[in-house]
Ligand binder design. Structure first.
Ligand SMILES: [Zn+2]
Length: 514
C-alpha cells in the first residue's frame, strides 16, 4: 500500500501553541491524516517541537528562566494542547540525545557527499562581548520588504535574511551594544549550485502550490540564490562535528530535513515498525510520499533549503506537496505571546467542545489569506451552522429509528449515488493535492444544510438515515468526538454498497464543554 508521510514542522519551543498555530498546519495535517486513514490509505503523521533555535534563549531571558527549562516545559505544553483539540500525531519529536545524534549524522553525510563548502560570511558582531549575533540575537530592517524583524526567515516577505544582510542591525541581547559587521568562516550549502534542479522541481509543483509560496519561489529564482549557513559561530545549538569550524554549532533552521526524517521514524516506531535508520522511510525506493503542512513563512527553510539538501544527498524522495497557510489573527490583531494577545487551544477547549473548535478553525482557516478569530463569531457560527442543524438532523434520525421499530430500512440507488457524490466532494477538500480546511468546512455546512432541509417521509426514511451515516463518516476528520460516539467504525467507502440501513439514535451536539 502506498504510504504518505504527513509532516507538520514543530514550532520553536519557547511557549505553548495558540489558536493561530492550530488553525494553520496542525489541524490541517491532522485532518488530512485522519481522512487518508479513513479512506484506507497508509499514513504516518509526524510533528513535535523544534528545540534548538536561539529564540528559546531570548524568550527565556525575557521570562527569567533557564532556556533548557523553557524548552522542556514548552514541549510538554504543546503536546497537551494538541491533545486537548484532538490533534493526534503518530510521532512527536522530543529533544533528546537520539535527536542530537541524528542531526550530527545527517550533516556528516551531507558533508561527506560534498554538499557543504567553507565560505566567509558576514555577521553582526559585538566587540564588547566577542559574540556574533544571528537570528533572534539581532533585529533590523529586512532588505527585501523593509519590515522590522530578526534575522532568518522574514515574516513579512518569507525571504531568508542572513544576519549580516539586515539593514541597521542592533543587538536584542543588549540594544546599547555597538554592532559591527565581521566575517566568519562557516560551512554553507551553496543553494545556487542547485538552481537547475530546484527550478525543475518547483515547476513540477506549480499546479498545487498556494499563491504565496509560488510567489516566493518565483522571487527567489529571479536572483542568485544565497549561500545558506549550516554552521554558525554561536554557542547555543547542537555542536557541529567538523574540525574546520571547531566551536561552532549547527544552524537550527538547517535541521529541517533531519528533524522531518526523525519525526517519520518516530511515527513508524509508534506503530510497531522498526525502520532501519532515521532516514530509511525517506529512501526513494521506499515509495513513500511526503506532504508538508506549514505557515508560508517557513517555505524557504522546508521548500528551498530542505529540498536542496535532499538533492545534494541524492537517493531520497522529494516532497510531493507543500500545503502552506497564512496568518490567523485574534480580534483583527496578530497573535502575540509577548503582548499576552493569545487564546491557547487548551483555554478554549476547557469551555467549548473540541468538535466545535475544529469546525470553526476549519471554517475560518487561513488557507489562502489572513483570517480572523473572535469568540463572538465562533459562538454564532457554530450554533447556527453546526449545532442547531445537526441536532435537528439527529432528532429526525431518532424519529426514523422509532418508527421503523429498529428494523432495517431500504436504501435506493438514488441515495447510493448521492452518497458517492458527497464522499467525492469531501474527498476533494481533504486530499493532500488540493487540501483545504475551508473547503472541507464549507462542504460540511452545505451537506448538513441539505440533510436539515430534508422533509423525511416513511418512504425515504432509509435514504435519509443512509446519507446521514455517510455524512458523519465524511465529517469525522473534523467532528472527531461526534463520529467516535455515533459510528462503529470510521471508514469512508469509495462507493456506498448499502441496500438497507438500520436507523440509529445519534448523539446531539452541545455548545459548552461538559
Ligand atoms: Zn522581508
Amino acid at each position: 500500500m502506498e504510504r504518505t508521510m504527513v509532516i507538520a514542522p514543530g514550532p520553536t519551543a519557547n511557549g505553548d501553541l495558540h489558536l493561530g498555530h492550530l488553525a494553520g498546519p496542525f489541524l490541517s495535517a491532522d485532518v488530512c491524516a485522519r481522512y487518508a486513514r479513513a479512506a484506507g490509505r497508509d499514513v504516518l503523521f509526524g510533528t513535535g517541537v523544534h528545540f534548538t533555535q536561539n529564540y528559546i534563549v531570548t524568550t527565556a531571558r525575557r521570562l527569567g528562566v533557564p532556556p533548557e527549562e523553557l524548552r522542556v516545559r514548552s514541549g510538554e505544553q504543546v503536546e497537551r494542547t494538541l491533545k486537548a483539540v484532538g490533534i493526534e500525531p503518530d510521532g512527536f519529536v522530543p529533544f533528546d540525545e537520539r535527536y542530537v545524534t541524528g542531526v550530527r549524522r545527517f550533516f556528516e553525510r551531507l558533508h561527506a557527499a560534498g554538499g557543504l563548502v567553507l565560505r566567509s560570511v558576514p555577521f553582526p558582531y559585538v566587540a564588547r562581548t566577542g559574540e556574533f549575533l544571528t537570528d533572534a540575537y539581532v533585529r533590523g530592517t529586512c532588505p527585501v520588504c523593509l519590515s522590522e524583524g530578526c534575522a532568518g526567515l522574514c515574516e513579512g516577505c518569507g525571504h531568508w535574511i542572513g544576519s549580516g544582510e539586515l539593514i541597521a542591525p542592533c543587538s536584542t541581547l543588549d540594544p546599547d551594544d555597538e554592532v559591527e559587521i565581521r566575517e566568519a568562516r562557516v560551512l554553507v550549502l551553496p543553494l545556487e549550485d542547485h538552481r537547475e534542479a530546484l527550478t525543475a522541481y518547483f515547476a513540477g509543483l506549480a499546479p498545487t502550490m498556494r499563491p504565496r509560496l509560488a510567489r516566493l519561489i518565483e522571487e527567489l529564482l529571479a536572483h542568485p540564490l544565497p549561500d545558506y549557513p549550516v554552521t554558525l559561530p554561536i554557542s547555543w545549538g547542537i555542536p557541529a562535528p567538523f574540525p574546520e569550524v571547531e566551536g561552532q554549532v549547527i544552524y537550527a533552521d538547517a535541521e529541517v530535513v533531519a528533524w522531518s526524517m526523525h519525526s517519520s521514524a518516530l511515527a513508524a516506531e509508534r506503530r510497531g515498525e522498526a525502520p532501519a535508520g532515521e532516514d530509511a522511510l525517506w529512501f526513494a525506493e521506499s515509495g513513500a510520499k511526503v506532504v508538508y503542512f506549514f505557515g508560508s513563512d517557513a517555505g524557504f527553510a522546508f521548500g528551498v533549503v530542505g529540498v536542496a539538501m535532499l538533492m545534494a544527498l541524492g537517493g531520497y524522495t522529494l516532497p510531493e506537496h507543500f500545503v502552506t497557510n497564512e496568518f490567523y489573527e485574534l480580534d483583527n490583531d496578530k497573535f502575540s505571546s509577548s503582548r499576552g494577545h493569545v487564546v491557547t487551544g487548551r483555554e478554549l477547549a476547557a469551555e467549548v467542545p473540541r468538535d466545535l473548535i475544529r469546525f470553526y478553525l476549519a471554517a475560518t482557516g487561513p488557507d489562502f489569506q489572513r483570517t480572523n478569530f473572535t469568540r463572538g463569531a465562533m459562538s454564532q457560527v457554530t450554533a447556527s451552522r453546526l449545532v442547531e442543524p445537526w441536532n435537528r438532523v439527529a432528532d429526525k434520525a431518532a424519529r426514523a429509528a422509532q418508527e421503523s421499530g429498529g428494523g432495517p430500512l431500504p436504501v435506493s440507488a438514488r441515495s447510493r449515488e448521492a452518497a458517492a457524490r458527497m464522499a467525492e466532494r469531501f474527498g476533494s477538500a481533504y486530499d493532500a493535492r488540493r487540501f483545504s480546511l475551508t473547503a472541507a468546512a464549507f462542504t460540511l455546512t452545505e451537506q448538513l444544510g441539505r440533510l436539515d432541509r430534508w422533509e423525511v417521509t416513511a418512504a425515504d426514511a432509509g435514504d435519509f438515515c443512509h446519507e446521514v451515516d455517510v455524512f458523519l463518516r465524511c465529517a469525522a476528520p473534523l467532528l472527531i468526538d461526534l463520529a467516535d460516539e455515533a459510528l462503529p467504525d470510521l471508514t469512508i467507502p469509495a462507493a456506498s454498497p448499502a441496500t438497507e440501513v438500520t436507523p440509529r439514535v445519534l448523539p446531539r451536539l452541545t455548545e459548552t464543554a461538559q
